[in-house]
Structure formats: structure tokens, C-alpha cells
Write a new protein. Structure first.
Length: 243
């Protein structure tokens, strides 16, 4: 994402894929295809199963059925995952630098507590360079989102899986991060993103999926949102009344 070389984003194929925990079906079996190089929006009400669906794609939750990530040319690529919340205890004394180094290295921190040029570029781009020694518990919501994104980008991904990546960001911060996602997508990277802001979905995404215990609809963002979003439905109903 930080340079300009082309990416071969994968396509994701689901065949009767679902998640059940004990006797509760969190996501009913889904069969669909998320095309390569597209920006996919996962929408739906709170508790509808959006995060569960992302975890299923990432192999972070046991599922039934098939989830296939088809990497172009058969070469397994990297996935950058931005979870909904940074899973950490605020009192744990981990710095921003520790966190990014942990996300790019499998070695213990004391082996290589060095910033590589690649890490430096990403940290600068995400305006984190001046806070490398700050404890992650002391970051603001927006800074935390940028740190999560930095960790995702440092995997050199061709697929980004993003769970509400704009939460905690003001409008300027949102625009900035959306610009980075856009550049990644224009280079050919595939994006799967849970997002509540319908305007963002309409402006940026190619395909929308409404998930409410099951995949209820898939299509162009404006169409899916008009059918399912109470806000948009009210807006278009009002418009129809006026007309
Ligand atoms: N590991 C689990 N075990 C049991 N139930 C779970 C588990 N994970 C999630 N759930 C339940 O599954 C449902 C879907 O949760 P999920 O987090 O996927 O929803 P969501 O659409 O992402 O919601 P939100 O918009 O509020 O983030 C919820 O009722 C949740 O409580």
C-alpha cells in the first residue's frame, strides 16, 4: 500500500459456509463469491453476525462448509486484518514501537528492537512516528485505529479484512484512512470491510452484503441499502411522497 506496485487481490468463495456455537447458529450457511480486486462492504444490524463472518473468513472461528481464498497464480498471499477493537489491557506496558514490531516479527522483541525502513515508511505515513515510545494504553481512539492499520499494512497484504476501521476517527481522519484503502484497492487489492456509515459504503464500495443471521442480500451498495437501511428507506419514502 505504501508503494505503487500492482497487487493481485484474491477472490473469496463461500460454499454453505456458516458458524455455529454450541446449538446457536450465528451465521447461517452462505454460498457466494467475493470477487477479486473489489471493495466489499458487510452491512447489517448490531449482533447480525458481521464480525463473526469476518472471523470465519480469517479462519479465526471454527466454521462448517467451505471458505476458499483463491490467490491468483496459486501463490498464497498475505492478509491484513484490522479487528474491531485493539485486544489489549490498557495497563499493559507495551509501547507503539513494541506493538508494531510484534506484529511483523515472530522473534522475541529483544532480538531485533529496530525499525526497518519499511516499518519507518508505514509509521510515517500513518503519522505514528513521533509516538513510538508512547504506551498503547495512552493512545486516543484515532491513534489506536491508525496503529491497527499500520500492523495490518505491514503484512504486505493483497487482501484487507477490516472490522469498522473508521470507528473513533473524526471526519479528517476517516478521509485520510479511506484514501489509503482506496489506493490499495486501485492497485488491485481486495477489501472486505464491515461498515455502518452508508454514505461511505455508497461512495467507496463496489458490492454490499446485508448480514442478519444469514446473508439476506447482495448487490450494488445503493440498492442493498435502500432495501434494508431504515435511514435510507425513510429518505426514499419521503422523496416518493414529495414526488
Ligand atoms: N464466540 C461466541 N460465542 C457465542 N456467541 C457469540 C460469539 N461471538 C459472537 N456471538 C454472538 O453472535 C452474534 C453476532 O455477533 P457479531 O459480533 O458477529 O455481530 P455484529 O454484526 O458484528 O455486531 P455489531 O454491529 O454490534 O458489532 C451476537 O449475538 C453475539 O453475541
Amino acid at each position: 500500500m505504501m508503494n505503487n506496485h500492482a497487487l493481485d487481490g484474491p477472490c473469496i468463495r463461500l460454499d454453505q459456509a456458516g458458524v455455529r456455537v454450541d446449538s446457536t447458529q450465528l451465521v447461517a450457511p452462505v454460498s457466494t463469491q467475493l470477487e477479486s480486486g473489489q471493495w466489499h462492504a458487510i452491512l447489517g444490524p448490531n449482533g447480525g453476525g458481521k464480525s463473526t463472518l469476518l472471523k470465519m473468513l480469517m479462519g479465526l472461528m471454527p466454521h462448517h462448509g467451505l471458505v476458499n481464498i483463491d490467490w491468483p497464480q496459486g501463490e498464497k498471499g498475505q492478509i491484513g486484518y484490522m479487528p474491531q477493537m485493539l485486544p489489549f489491557d490498557r495497563s499493559v506496558p507495551i509501547s507503539v514501537l513494541d506493538y508494531v514490531l510484534m506484529s511483523v516479527s515472530t522473534k522475541p522483541l529483544w532480538f531485533a528492537r529496530r525499525l526497518t525502513p519499511e516499518v519507518k515508511v508505514v509509521m510515517e505515513k500513518l503519522r505514528l512516528s513521533h509516538m513510538l515510545n508512547r504506551k498503547i494504553g495512552a493512545l486516543s481512539g484515532g491513534e489506536r485505529q491508525r496503529l491497527l492499520l499500520a500492523s495490518a499494512l505491514l503484512q504486505s497484504p493483497s487482501l484487507l479484512v477490516l472490522d469498522e476501521p473508521l470507528s473513533g476517527l473524526d471526519q479528517a481522519g476517516q478521509k485520510e484512512i479511506l484514501g489509503l484503502f482506496s489506493a490499495f484497492n486501485k492497485r488491485g487489492g481486495t477489501i472486505v470491510m464491515v461498515e455502518h456509515d452508508w454514505q461511505v459504503v455508497i461512495d467507496y464500495c463496489h458490492q454490499a452484503y446485508w448480514v442478519e443471521g444469514e446473508l439476506k442480500a447482495k448487490g450494488a451498495p445503493a440498492e442493498v441499502l435502500e432495501c434494508f437501511s431504515p435511514v435510507l428507506r425513510k429518505w426514499s419514502d419521503n422523496n416518493r411522497t414529495v414526488a
